[in-house]
Ligand binder design. Structure first.
Ligand code: IFM
Length: 449
């Protein structure tokens, strides 16, 4: 019988812009996502995070849901523009919200796992070049140091950045996330400064503050497979893996960027002098854990029509509502690869979940069978990985609530709690009840009474 130890952390995850709302309250100023979502054509239905799940006002109700679930931990992010609404100007009123939330979590015996950056860069920073400007590392550090100063003694785990691939490549290369730029050179600079700010924050917390709170970074990783054995498709898979995974894993764990990808990217970046002496050592500083967000595998094939010679291939796997392959076996292969090639650090699955087109049934329930099956398969995979001594220390289900799914607006529902965005009524979906049962039993087995 697959059982999870009492130390294994079960949690749920959210992020500030996706749930908080209160976009202009208590001194908060705009982030790049407020700006991006106001541009026609960027976000489905021109949705935005102005109200979102109104969590800023309803956090007490949301902590009640966490209590019903029985989670050990709750992962959320801090909105940088609440803490530094202007350059160099600290806003204690913005910090107050997180202090109240954290203290409520403590009273419910739920461990706060806090992400510093989940994509809501203040507009004032963007106006000075955002992450493409090396000064962004200093701005981030001023923000991070304040968060550490105010909250470190009450936080169980710090995550410096969530998914630098999205912030860097979706935001500055593909242009589908804020700030919506399409410039590979900018993207590489942005990623470099994000990674550098991660290293600086870890160094500061551990060495200057001498804190013992665990700190790490979260990457979104997707194992890549070639559509065929042909040389061309294998080349495509190598490049897709470089773009998606290795460009982040190699600097963090090996202290260098992959040379094959530097060559490929040099079509756009003729000069890598933005990488300064000492940067790679800082980026590869030892952390306490490694966070992984896992959703799906990627199947790719060669095309000479794409810059980096790969494109998505047809896959006959079952899909989630995002059109993503449901692929728990490939998740296991990914973790085995990480153990072989990259790290022995404890791994937390800091996000895993699925969007489906949920509706509330006439009896008031949400029968989200697709999600329940997806979650069970992935938690089973985690249990099996631990049987193979892969040291997965925790699992956070994405997400506690249906929320603002970035360019997809409110069209995609990832929550285990259904949110009616007109009334803000919350309804725990069947997956939520099932997750509570798994956590209570610390096992996937259904215990028959
Ligand atoms: O909603 C996002 C989250 O913000 C980051 N990881 C992936 C999720 C689903 O797309």
């Amino acid at each position: 019988m697959t059982r999870f130890s009492k130390d294994f952390i079960f949690g749920t995850a959210t992020s500030s812009y996706q749930i908080e709302g209160a976009w202009n309250e208590d001194g908060r100023t705009a982030s790049i996502w407020d700006e991006f979502s106001s541009i026609p054509g960027k976000v489905w239905n021109m949705d935005n995070g102005n109200i979102a799940c109104d969590h800023y006002h309803r956090y007490e109700e949301d902590v009640e849901i966490l209590k019903t679930l029985g989670v050990d931990s709750y992962r959320f992010s801090i909105a940088w523009p609440r803490i530094f609404p202007e350059k160099g100007k600290y806003n204690p009123d913005g910090m107050e919200f997180y202090k109240k939330l954290i203290s409520l979590l403590h009273s419910a015996n739920i461990k706060p796992a806090v992400t510093l950056y989940h994509w809501d860069l203040p507009m004032w920073a963007h106006e000075q070049g955002g992450w493409t400007n090396r000064e962004s590392v200093k701005w981030f550090m001023e923000y991070a140091e304040k968060c550490f100063e105010e909250l470190d003694d009450q936080v169980d785990m710090w995550i410096t950045h969530n998914e630098p691939w999205c912030a860097g490549f979706l935001g500055y290369h593909q242009g589908v996330h804020a700030p919506g730029h399409k410039n590979m050179e900018e993207a590489l600079k942005a990623v470099h400064h994000i990674l550098l700010s991660h290293g600086e924050a870890v160094d500061y917390l551990k060495n200057k503050r001498q804190s013992t709170t665990p700190i790490g970074i979260t990457l979104n990783l997707s194992p890549v497979y070639p559509a065929s054995d042909s040389m061309n498709d294998q080349l495509a898979a190598n490049n897709a893996d470089g773009y998606t995974n290795r460009w982040f894993l190699d600097p963090i764990f090996k202290g260098n960027y992959p040379l094959d990808m530097m060559n490929l990217f040099s079509k756009y970046v003729h000069d890598y002098s933005f990488i300064k002496e000492g940067d790679m050592k800082k980026i590869s500083i030892e952390c306490d854990f490694f966070g992984i967000n896992y959703y799906n595998r990627s199947l790719v094939e060669f095309t000479s029509a794409s810059d980096f010679l790969f494109t998505s291939a047809y896959s006959d796997y079952d899909k989630t509502g995002m059109g993503w392959d449901i692929s728990p076996n490939e998740f296991k292969q990914l973790i085995h690869r990480l153990r072989q090639e990259y790290t022995t650090l404890p791994i937390y699955i800091t996000e895993n979940g699925a969007a489906f087109d949920d509706t509330v049934a006439p009896d008031g329930k949400v029968y989200d069978v697709g999600r329940e099956s997806y979650v069970e398969k992935h938690i089973t995979a985690v249990a099996e990985l631990n049987e193979d001594n892969m040291n997965i220390a925790g699992y956070y289900l994405w997400s506690l609530l249906d929320n603002f799914e970035w360019a997809f607006g409110y069209d995609k529902r990832f929550g285990i709690t259904y949110v009616d965005f007109l009334t803000q009524k919350r309804t725990l979906k069947n997956t939520g009840f099932r997750y509570a049962e798994i956590i209570k039993n610390r096992s996937l087995e259904k215990i028959l009474i």
